[in-house]
Design a protein around this ligand. Structure first.
Ligand SMILES: Cc1cc2nc3c(=O)[nH]c(=O)nc-3n(C[C@H](O)[C@H](O)[C@H](O)COP(=O)(O)OP(=O)(O)OC[C@H]3O[C@@H](n4cnc5c(N)ncnc54)[C@H](O)[C@@H]3O)c2cc1C
Length: 331
């Protein structure tokens, strides 16, 4: 059976690995130039910035087991950060959480390791999925070719992209499209900054209260990072929704101001840029593991499935959802 997977983020990659291990032939289509999706690292001349997911935790036994294997391989490591809550310059220790883990030397690195040995077609955006007898063909767009090409036929197609983007690809499975619609995702504006000298703030990361920013972290405090003082800051969901269509320069200016106000530091960065995530996280994931129609042989997985977990869509959701889909496909 030849299976196409749309999206080479953590969910798509874990799904592909699981299916390949069971002897299936898998081809992934990824619209960007690299793997990892929102588990991202922006590479600059000053070094990397984890501008998507900041870290991950493992709560389920299944994911814990997987994380132990990734740790043994050296692909992820604990991040023993000093984390505080910050309210108008007043800091308090943040509550304890499970161990925080990060990709090494960047969040994206884990996906790069998982991608080894997989057939991934980069810079290939899937525009449409169409039935071809009992099989599927994909309409695929690349920047180098003026008109979309057809890929396939495939015996099954799996979609591993954020809910809003999945919805557009699910015209062939309207029930699934409705379910994807129910899990709409919140945006996030991200600010990345590099400083000449380390900021003397006394913490590595902070949950910020009553500000435009909700989270700030010293990226360079994570294990295996290049020297330099790099910070990443995420705006709150409310602010990101309200300013979604702002020009990047304007968003940058406002978020920089918030960073200075929240930290009480007036030091200007030597580098600053922003990234707009239109679909950052499902605030209320669907109460399912994944979607699979054995008759049509079409499936969906990703972090917007609760997969037995509470809270917003996270890396652990993406992993568990992919595993659930593999289990449904393989007898
Ligand atoms: C700002 C931010 C902060 C976050 N913080 C955390 C955190 O601290 N901890 C945590 O656990 N999680 C966090 N997350 C969430 C975490 O990043 C996601 O849960 C996880 O990475 C989702 O993986 P995924 O494979 O389901 O989706 P994605 O990573 O989104 O992967 C989907 C892939 O599909 C590709 N794609 C989309 N459409 C198409 C198409 N039509 N054709 C081809 N390819 C396509 C995309 O380019 C992408 O590579 C954060 C996310 C963001 C954005």
């Amino acid at each position: 059976m030849h299976i196409a997977i749309v999206g080479a983020g953590l969910a798509g990659l874990c799904c592909a690995k699981g299916l390949q291990e069971q002897g299936y032939c898998v081809t992934l289509y990824e619209k960007s130039r690299g793997t990892g999706g929102r588990m991202a690292t922006r590479r600059t001349e000053l070094g990397g910035f984890d501008h998507g997911a900041q870290y991950f935790t493992a709560t389920s036994e299944r994911f814990k087991k997987q994380v132990t294997a990734w740790r043994k391989a050296g692909w992820v490591a604990p991040w023993d950060a000093k984390i505080v809550t910050l309210d108008h310059g007043i800091t308090r220790p943040a509550g304890r959480s499970q161990q925080r883990l990060v990709g090494v030397p960047g969040m994206r690195s884990l996906s790069e390791q998982l991608a080894i040995g997989l057939d991934i077609r980069y810079e290939q955006q899937v525009l449409d999925i169409e039935a071809y007898g009992k099989q599927w063909v994909l309409s695929v767009k690349s920047d180098t070719v003026a008109i979309p090409a057809t890929a396939g036929p495939f015996d099954a197609v799996l979609i591993a992209v954020p809910a809003d983007q999945a919805q557009g690809l699910l015209t062939v499975a309207p029930k699934f499209a409705q379910q994807a619609k129910a899990a709409s995702m919140a945006p996030c504006w991200t600010l990345m900054m590099a400083f000449q000298e380390p900021l003397e703030l006394g913490y590595d990361a902070a949950w910020v209260q009553n500000a435009r920013l909700g989270w700030i972290s010293r990226d360079s405090s994570k294990p295996g990072r290049r020297a330099g003082d790099h910070w990443v800051a995420h705006a709150t969901v409310d602010w990101s929704i309200e300013h979604l269509e702002d020009e990047p320069e304007r968003a940058k200016e406002k978020l920089l101001k918030s960073f200075h106000e929240s930290t009480g530091s007036a030091v200007q960065p030597i580098y600053a840029t922003v990234h707009r995530w239109r679909y950052a996280q499902a605030l209320k994931p669907l109460g399912l593991d994944c979607l699979w129609d054995a008759g049509q042989r079409i499936g969906v997985c990703g972090d917007w499935f609760a997969a037995g977990l509470d809270g917003a869509g996270r890396i652990e959701n993406a992993y568990l959802s992919a595993q659930a889909l593999v289990k449904k496909i393989t007898p």
